[in-house]
Design a protein around this ligand. Structure first.
Ligand code: COA
Length: 322
């Protein structure tokens, strides 16, 4: 039996810091409101780097960390809702920039759950024996699709990238991965696309932005996070006592805090970096995992759970021995 393990991780954020005080000058909000309602203090916004640039930098760091020959990568998946272009995909652009051999490379869209979907797909493709080494990336420039006149969303979303190299293992280090989607609540978090062209005429077209019913999304997120943790524990035969760290999607500190109380799991073992980065959608989980490793909060041999949720609505998670 072939299993999958993490060989290396990397992450990258743009250098431009936008603080809550900066946003006070743009929309009717306050540093105090944003901190207390979300836990966010600042975020990174890309000035001149596209999603592929952020993804490239994160990928380089993950490959270096894995200490592998990039030639051995045979699968590349990029999770994003903010690709540079509708086509080609960021994954195909990276094949060239990273000088990889021709390989299976594709983008996926599962919004903020995108990285966990990429992990699930790569895990199963490696376990099938058809692929041996995968580079999976979550990368976003959400600032492109954020309306900076909408205080409900512009204080939350930001830019970043995280990457992971996966390889084969004789023991199951990625123990369980689950992914779900349920479309009946799709209206809670969405972005309009291109309009259809009735009569073959180009209609007036206003740039679309993220639209969100925050309070409803909050309810969904805070109930799904502990549910996924319990499902992963049950499926893997572990208990919460075995878990060294939970790395949840960084959407709102209150969602993480609520999950910690529901699960009766110590808040200090729930990793957070939302204060510095806000919600970076598909980049959030791999960025948090990479930082947890760099900060020594996740060590070799530790057992951790990651959980993500987002538009779709989508959700999922994984239990992994690092
Ligand atoms: C968006 C979110 C922070 C709002 O916090 P909340 O406590 O639910 O606030 P509400 O939406 O109930 O709004 C409360 C008030 O604050 C106001 N408000 C919203 N954004 C504000 C801002 N940036 N600054 C100041 N006031 C704001 C609202 O207009 C509302 O005012 P009203 O009572 O006069 O109508 C919260 O709902 C949330 O985090 N939801 C989940 C979002 C998420 O995770 N999305 C991505 C999922 S991947």
């Amino acid at each position: 039996m072939i299993y999958t393990k993490i060989l290396g991780t990397g992450s990258y954020v743009p250098s431009h810091v936008v603080t809550n005080t900066d946003l006070e000058k743009i929309v009717e909000t306050s540093d105090a409101w944003i901190r207390s309602r979300t836990g966010i203090e600042s975020r990174r916004i890309s000035v001149d780097e596209q999603t592929s640039d952020l993804a490239y930098e994160a990928a380089i760091r993950a490959i270096e960390d894995a200490q592998i020959d990039p030639e051995t990568i045979d699968l590349l998946i990029v999770a994003t809702v903010t690709a540079d272009h509708p086509f080609p995909g960021v994954s195909q652009m990276l094949q060239r920039r990273l000088n990889l051999k021709p390989l299976t490379a594709f983008d996926i869209n599962a919004a903020c759950t995108g990285f966990v979907y990429a992990l699930n797909i790569a895990d199963k493709m490696i376990m099938s024996g058809a692929f041996h080494r995968a580079l999976i990336i979550g990368a976003e420039t959400l600032s492109k699709i954020t309306d900076f006149e909408d205080r409900n969303t512009c204080v939350l979303f930001a830019d970043g990238a995280g990457a992971m190299v996966l390889g084969t293992s004789e023991v199951p280090q990625i123990k369980q991965v689950v992914t779900y989607a349920k479309g009946d609540l799709e209206h809670l978090l969405l972005m309009d696309g291109y309009p259809l062209k009735k009569d073959l005429k180009t209609p007036d077209f206003k740039l679309p932005f993220i639209q969100m019913q925050g309070a409803e999304v909050f309810k969904f997120a805070s109930s799904v996070l502990p549910t996924v943790v319990n499902e992963l524990l049950e499926k893997s035969g572990h208990t919460l006592e075995d878990i060294d760290l939970i790395v949840a999607h960084q959407a709102n500190l209150r969602i993480i805090d609520k999950a910690s109380r529901i699960l009766k799991f110590p808040l200090e073992k729930m990793y957070t970096n939302i204060d510095r980065y806000g919600n970076t959608s598909a980049a959030s989980v791999p960025l948090a995992i990479d930082e947890a490793i760099r900060e020594g909060k996740l060590k070799k041999g530790d057992l951790f759970i990651t959980v993500a949720f987002g538009a779709g609505l989508t959700w999922g998670g994984a239990i992994i021995e690092y």
